[in-house]
Ligand binder design. Structure first.
Ligand code: BG6
Length: 317
């Protein structure tokens, strides 16, 4: 498009539009044409496209883009809990709230800004939230797209309460895949996991890499900071780098559960896989005034590029 990164105006490359329900959404663009879209509904990333304009995230054709239902697809923010425990709604309320644009966020590291188009969003506990989770917090989410089209999500949760609180968290990342039977995850082998299909019983992963032939609903514990999701048919690999997010939830509903979900097509389980950077087993505890930061970065590389280089760099971001 005739733009070089040096003269690219990252501010101008961030556009606010409305979705068909009239909810604001932010579109981020890179000089070479990659893009991402973020809705104020849940601060949810609802699209991430590469330079060829191909979508990389799954969104169900039956997704309901209207509060109070979370959007089925993209990257929902699960906070202040992942899963379903106590009186809080499943995966917490953050994905069902309207967030605001944060015009003046506390500074982040220079690497989180330079050469990136980004948007900062904010969720503060409302009176309604405090009824179901009696803690005051500020949740800041930066969604950024680098010149190379990598997508990063930086979450900061601050305790503005008089007393400590703890929470669990996940970026529930719905990856769009060619065919679930062609997918392999590398980086989780030999780890312990909690299996939601067996009342959260703890098992140890035995296989070389994780492949899929039936429903999977697990939380892998204490994973390396870099994992890879290989799509054999498309010959491309999603690389997930993370910091402050020790666990990885892996979910595919398979046939029977797909049919039971109103906002999910019967056959759509074949085209998606959730691989979430998360904090689940040992919740984050924050004293008054303390802040927690979690970082997730998603990139896509040709599969041929990947395995060797991944081995060299297990340190994450
Ligand atoms: C997964 C959970 O992460 O999310 C599953 O482990 C759950 O048990 C799935 O079914 C989807 O949750 P929801 O609330 O978005 O339908």
């Amino acid at each position: 498009m005739g733009h070089s990164a040096a003269v690219w105006d990252y501010r101008a490359a961030t556009e606010i539009t409305k979705d068909w329900n009239g909810i604001d959404q932010i579109v981020l663009r890179t000089p070479r044409g990659a893009s991402a879209r973020v809705s104020l509904h849940g601060a949810q990333v609802t699209s991430w496209r590469n330079e060829q304009g191909e979508e990389l995230l799954f969104t169900s054709s039956k997704a309901i883009f209207k509060a109070p239902k979370a959007i089925r697809g993209g990257i929902p923010v699960c906070f202040p809990q992942f899963g379903n425990c106590g009186s809080l709604e499943q995966h917490g309320f953050a994905r069902n709230r309207m967030w605001t644009i944060d015009d003046n966020p506390p500074p982040l590291h220079a690497n989180d800004s330079s050469g990136k188009s980004f948007i900062d969003l904010l969720l503060k506990s409302s009176e309604e939230d405090i009824k179901c989770w009696p803690h005051s917090f500020e949740f800041r989410l930066r969604v950024a797209l680098s010149t190379d089209g990598d997508l990063s999500l930086i979450s900061r949760v601050r305790n503005i309460n008089g007393k400590p609180f703890s929470f669990s968290f996940a970026h529930h990342t719905y990856l769009l895949v060619s065919d679930i039977s062609e997918i392999r995850i590398e980086g989780l082998e030999t780890l312990d996991y909690l299996d939601n299909l067996f009342q959260k019983e703890r098992f140890t992963e035995q296989g070389d890499a994780i492949t899929f032939e039936s429903e999977v609903d697990r939380v892998y514990l204490g994973s390396p900071n870099i994992i890879a999701v290989l799509d054999h048919e498309r010959k491309r690999t999603f690389v997930i780098r993370k910091e402050g997010l020790p666990d990885v939830a892996v979910w595919n509903p398979w046939e029977k559960k797909s049919k039971a979900m109103v906002d999910f097509g019967d056959e759509e389980y074949k085209q998606m896989l959730c691989v979430d950077g998360a904090v689940i087993e040992k919740p984050v505890s924050l004293k008054p005034g303390e802040e927690w930061t979690g970082r997730l970065q998603l990139s896509v590389v040709p599969s041929s590029f990947c395995s060797d280089r991944l081995g060299l760099d297990r340190s994450g971001l």
